[in-house]
Write a protein that binds this ligand. Structure first.
Ligand code: SF4
Ligand code: SF4
Length: 163
């Protein structure tokens, strides 16, 4: 979420005690830096998924983590869709489920905190948002947080090339 903040703002507001020599690099997922065997998704992760994962590893089995998008859970609990009924940018269709569609259940669009599904249909989602009259700048702004590195690689930079 910090990638949109200018470095001087970060230094003043967040890292004032940090030595000026420290390089503030772009935030990236841990998998960008090291190879991992397994990732428990979410920011924060879901308690039950952590416990199930640890139990599974202790038993020597491969943990199963949710792979379907947030929309699947959202439809199951019969939430009003933030895109269809409210014309908002909701990342649920591109985001890995497992949170029980927490945010839409409280009337807030999904911001993508659990990271992307295996094949996020970026272009189709952007078209869906734009068809509802949402500006490209607003779409881009809304998607610039948790999953931004993935959305970027899928075309977010195209939506806002002047950044
Ligand atoms: S509110 Fe979001 S998560 Fe729920 S169905 Fe609509 S797009 Fe999917
Ligand atoms: S931002 Fe999306 S993935 Fe994260 S808790 Fe909310 S609904 Fe779930």
């Amino acid at each position: 979420m910090r990638n949109d903040l200018p470095h001087d703002v970060l230094r003043d507001e967040v890292s004032a005690d940090v030595d000026d020599d420290v390089d503030i690099i772009e935030a990236r997922p841990v998998t960008h830096f090291v190879t991992t065997d397994l990732t428990v998704p979410g920011c924060p992760i879901e308690r039950d998924q952590l416990l199930r994962t640890m139990a599974s590893l202790a038993l020597g089995t491969v943990p199963e983590l949710p792979a379907a998008p947030v929309c699947r859970e959202c439809v199951t609990v019969e939430n009003a869709c933030r895109v269809v009924q409210f014309g908002e940018v909701c990342c649920g269709a591109m985001t890995r489920g497992g949170c029980g569609a927490r945010c839409p259940s409280y009337g807030v669009a999904c911001a993508g905190c659990r990271g992307p599904v295996e094949e996020p249909h970026y272009d189709a989602n952007v078209t869906m948002f734009a068809d509802r009259g949402i500006s490209r700048a607003d779409i881009s702004a809304r998607m610039r947080n948790f999953s931004a590195p993935v959305w970027m690689s899928r075309g977010l930079e195209r939506e806002n090339p002047h950044d």
